[in-house]
Design a protein around this ligand. Sequence first.
Ligand SMILES: Cc1cc2nc3c(=O)[nH]c(=O)nc-3n(C[C@H](O)[C@H](O)[C@H](O)COP(=O)(O)OP(=O)(O)OC[C@H]3O[C@@H](n4cnc5c(N)ncnc54)[C@H](O)[C@@H]3O)c2cc1C
Length: 355
Amino acid sequence: MILTPDIYVIGLGPGGACAAYEAAKNSFLTIGVERKKIPGTPVQCAEFIPALMGNMVNNLRATCVQNITSMHTQVESSPADIIADFPGRMIDRAAFDTALAQEAQNAGVQCHYGQSVRHINHDGAISLANGTKIKPKVIIGADGPHSLAGKAIGSINNEILETRQISIPLLKPFKSTDIFLKADIRGGYAWLFPKGKTANLGVGIVASDKARLKPILDTIHKSLVDEGRVGAKTLSHTGGAIPAGGMVMPHGMLGETLVLLIGDAAGLTNPVTGAGINAAVISGRLAGEAAADWLQGDDDAPKHYHEDLTDLFGASLRRALDRRRALLQNYDNNNTPTPDDLRASWIAYSEYWAA
Ligand SMILES: Cc1cc2nc3c(=O)[nH]c(=O)nc-3n(C[C@H](O)[C@H](O)[C@H](O)COP(=O)(O)OP(=O)(O)OC[C@H]3O[C@@H](n4cnc5c(N)ncnc54)[C@H](O)[C@@H]3O)c2cc1C
């Protein structure tokens, strides 16, 4: 049997759930597929979102674990520099993804969990690992940094950050995002984000240094234990890839099937901070609308989708990419980045925002 939905959304993370919701709201037969058995589980995220997202996502309050008010950035072993006004929320990411997926389902999306797309053909035909075949009119690729939908249209995230994160007991509650910049963490940084009585401690690094993630994280964990800020016990660990090369071409055709990419699949994650939830939600909504417009005869809808993404995210992605590449150039020239180089590559410092 071949399924023939109007719109087939691959991946039901925040981006896919929002895209599917918009598509179904426009009365198109929409199916979403997700390889995880339970939405958002296991969590692969540090769970910070900007406070402004509260205006965009229903039920956000229900998934919020604690407020963030400031950002503390420690460069090498200097005392932390403090941005006092940095409002955000720490969320329960599994609950957040579940709430968005539930909204999509309520709007009429058929959500299939525990099923993986294995192959996408050049004519837009999709095969699942369980043998199911699908021939949709539109594919929305919401399948993350290593997107199969992106690969099918030649839009591939070539620069990747790898991460490792542990959840640990928090002994002294705080309300900042703590950032650690070190020349030793090539192309990335470490973070300590509070979540009530626990905290997410993680590190991201260029993919070629992946083997160094655990020793770096262990060292930072130990120093925080020594400072009496966190407990020694590791409650859980996670990780995952983050696209760090900026936006890829977010649309293409496979035969008569339109493909739209969103969120991490489209490379919309900030190459410096690794933050991508906000962009996934926004691009998901726009792609759901663009898919509906295209199905209603607007041939320019994919082009307009691309223009919208460029207008919304182009400048900030470009700046982040420039700063990241300038920092990485030091290593390519066999130089160790100085503390000033590290500052110029991070959003807390005026050098980052300079022309
Ligand atoms: C360790 C870590 C920490 C992070 N911390 C933050 C943070 O604090 N704040 C922030 O804003 N961003 C953070 N990010 C980035 C953020 O998680 C992503 O940008 C965001 O999840 C992108 O949403 P998305 O919907 O595009 O993709 P995802 O959330 O990655 O969803 C893609 C979905 O597609 C599914 N999928 C993939 N392939 C297939 C397939 N073949 N078949 C079926 N399903 C498939 C996956 O299972 C997944 O559920 C972090 C990322 C990592 C790895």
